[in-house]
Design a protein around this ligand. Structure first.
Ligand code: PGA
Length: 256
């Protein structure tokens, strides 16, 4: 299976800055066959970057989209509008869940809409700090996996990526708040156990599972060597080109 290194730029970089970043990234990056490098810029930049991107080196992801293809949904962008521009879309990121009130029902529809439009959803799941403190981590992971994938058939599950992002570990400035590789390992086992229950053992193993939450070049190796982890979803460190490239280099070392 490929290793995915995904940079989630969130609400950063205007169109020009995004283009300069992509230009530099592509210049520095060799053509890694086993590593899928993906960046998720602002929706505003996707049209122009889709013309600039060298898909042999880098793929584009949207950060979010709406599940209806068209209609009276002011301010929304549909997966059908993104079709052809991006290969991936982040769905159900914790900031969408907690700041914009997205629930599993909406996320389920978005995952299905992505697949319908030939875009690979990167379904984000993860417990909050208080859910973990109350011992609810396993239930939350299970519910979010089941909820997000409720409309995904056995035939389509190989078109989905899951990203485990414990909410308490996102955007941490302190190393004490990083998730321990053991905690990631536990969560990934739970994700795969849930996938197995729904789709059977062989299929469960074929779904890429990424880890995200304050990943940087120093801790990336620890996460990438957790069994069952197939890549990284990086936020803050993906904004610094040299750090993002360093994470890709770590992935290359760990996988070879
Ligand atoms: P972070 O963000 O790497 O800045 O913690 C990850 C994410 O939210 O996807």
């Amino acid at each position: 299976m490929k290793t995915y290194i995904v940079g989630n730029w969130k609400l950063n970089f205007n169109v020009g800055e995004s283009s300069i970043y992509l230009h530099k990234l592509q210049k520095k990056l060799p053509n890694y066959r086993d590593i899928e490098v993906v960046v998720a810029p602002s929706a505003l930049a996707l049209q122009s970057l889709s013309l600039q991107v060298d898909r042999h080196k880098v793929k584009l992801a949207a950060q979010n989209a709406f599940y209806r293809d068209y209609g009276a949904y002011t301010g929304e962008i549909s997966f059908s509008q993104l079709r052809g521009l991006v290969d991936f879309c982040i769905v159900g990121h914790s900031e969408r869940r907690h700041i914009f009130g997205e629930d599993d029902k909406m996320i389920q529809k978005k995952v299905a809409a992505a697949i319908r439009n030939k875009i690979t959803p990167i379904l984000c799941i993860g417990e909050t700090e208080s859910e973990r403190a109350f011992g609810e981590t396993a239930d939350v992971i299970r519910d979010q996996v089941m909820g997000g994938l409720a409309d995904v058939s056995e035939e389509d599950i190989d078109k989905v990526i899951i990203a485990y992002e414990p909410v308490w570990a996102i955007s941490s400035t302190k190393a004490s708040k990083y998730a321990a590789p053991d905690e990631v390992s536990e969560a990934v086992k739970l994700i795969r156990k849930t996938l197995k229950e729904i789709y059977g053992e062989k299929t469960a193993e074929a779904v890429p599972v990424l880890f995200g939450g304050s990943v940087n070049p120093s801790n990336a190796g620890g996460y990438l060597t957790v069994p069952g982890v197939n890549g990284i979803l990086a936020g803050g460190s993906s904004l610094i080109l040299s750090e993002f490239i360093d994470i890709i280099e770590v992935a290359k070392r760990v996988r070879s």
